[in-house]
Ligand binder design. Structure first.
Ligand SMILES: *Cc1c(COP(=O)(O)O)cnc(C)c1O
Length: 378
């Protein structure tokens, strides 16, 4: 069996270990220290916008904190896309609230503005209306932020922007993660950069950031003893882990470039194969980091389906994966409201994520290309 080609693997710069050693030498083996401060600063300057970043131990924790900071509680409703990773929805339930799932539109695969407005109006007519909107930029592709922001402003609902997959993506030149009242970043092991596990909450003022730090470090009041007047969480990033982040920030631009080249590679491989569409930006307003390259297969034209391709890859030890299974089809969310026209269901049926890592070699690409040509030759 040949070596496995993975969907997305960590890709270290080599410098991470220097920052970790520095933390050991200075004995900052805790959740404060220079690595945390410097990692936050470099994220702020990367986002090229006046933001205050608070690094945490996961993006899931960041979503949970953002909901807490928006006072989401028992009985509330929060809007979120049906087509996403489960971590975009779970924190809603941690708050005792109910997720309201919205379908995708066909261009960016993200939250459909039409279904969004329909859902808001219907929820208002049935009760008190949604308290927050979580927008996701799937696979790095920016959502239709102008349309979504306009609707959110019209109904005065705050937006949480789950940019866990979209660090390095921009919409109309502005970084994903900086549009919402809060932005979310992830440094999980499979993301475009990693800290082994970690996340960040992007805030728009120092007050929000200070509150996020306070809540993520057990909400300890200012007193010589342990004094508490709020429920706190243990969500802050460790200074060791932040050292990995500092090393990764040195190569983030290279990683974006390499992932985008993987997308171009697939556009080229599939250009003469009928019935296969490589997921691409609809126009120049959108700049995707192409965290994962993905395709949709029209079985009627291609005479193959996504399972044919996935299983053939598997035989050759090449990993690929169906697109996200919509949340409203997940057993755990069977009772949650859903608005849409089954665009996400169709994407789940026909779509496949392909190996996309920034550390794939020319040899890996050759193996992938040969396999694809073999599968689609008549
Ligand atoms: C990875 C991911 C998350 C969760 O990130 P963690 O850092 O692993 O908690 C949330 N939302 C989306 C869209 C993701 O892809």
């Amino acid at each position: 069996m040949q070596d496995k080609i993975w969907l997305s693997l960590p890709h270290l710069s080599g410098n991470e270990i220097r920052f970790i050693e520095d933390a050991f030498e200075k004995n900052w083996v805790t959740s404060i220290g220079e690595n945390i401060n410097e990692f936050e600063k470099s994220l702020q300057s990367f986002l090229k916008y006046d933001v205050n970043v608070c690094v945490l131990n996961s993006a899931t924790a960041a979503i949970h904190l953002s909901l807490i900071m928006l006072n989401i509680s028992i009985g509330d409703e929060v809007i979120t896309p049906t087509f996403s990773f489960v971590a975009s929805a779970n924190p809603i339930v941690y708050c005792g609230a109910t997720p309201v799932f919205i379908d995708s539109e066909k261009e960016t695969w993200n939250m459909c503005p039409i279904a969004l407005e329909e859902a808001i109006q219907d929820r208002i007519s049935k009760g008190k209306g949604p308290k927050a909107i979580i927008v996701v930029h799937l696979y790095g592709m920016p959502a239709k932020m102008d349309e979504i922001t306009a609707i959110a402003e019209k109904y005065e609902i705050p937006v949480i922007e789950d940019a866990a997959e979209a660090l390095g993506s921009t919409y109309k030149g502005k970084a994903c993660g900086t549009f919402g009242r809060f932005g979310i970043l992830s440094f999980n092991g499979n993301k475009i950069i990693t800290t082994s596990g970690g996340g960040a909450l992007v805030c728009h003022n120092q007050e929000d950031k200070d509150k996020a730090v306070f809540l993520s470090t057990q909400a300890r009041d200012n007193a010589p003893h342990y004094q508490h007047s709020h429920i706190g969480y243990n969500y802050r990033m460790s200074n060791i882990v932040a050292g990995i982040g500092r090393g990764q920030m040195e190569v983030l631009n290279d990683r974006v470039e390499a992932r985008r080249k993987m997308h171009d590679f697939y556009v080229d491989v599939f250009k003469n194969i009928d019935g296969v569409e490589v997921f691409s930006e609809p126009n120049d307003d959108y700049y995707s980091n192409h965290w994962l390259s993905a395709i949709v297969i029209d079985e009627k034209i291609a005479e193959r389906n996504r399972e044919d391709l996935r299983l053939a890859f598997l035989e050759d030890n090449i990993e690929s994966r169906p697109l996200w299974k919509p949340m409203h089809l997940q057993p755990v969310f069977a009772d949650a409201p859903y608005y849409g026209t089954n665009v996400a269901e169709k994407l789940f049926d026909d779509g496949l994520c392909l190996p996309s890592g920034s550390n794939l070699t020319d040899e890996d690409r050759a193996r992938i290309a040969i396999k694809i040509k073999e599968i689609f030759s008549k």
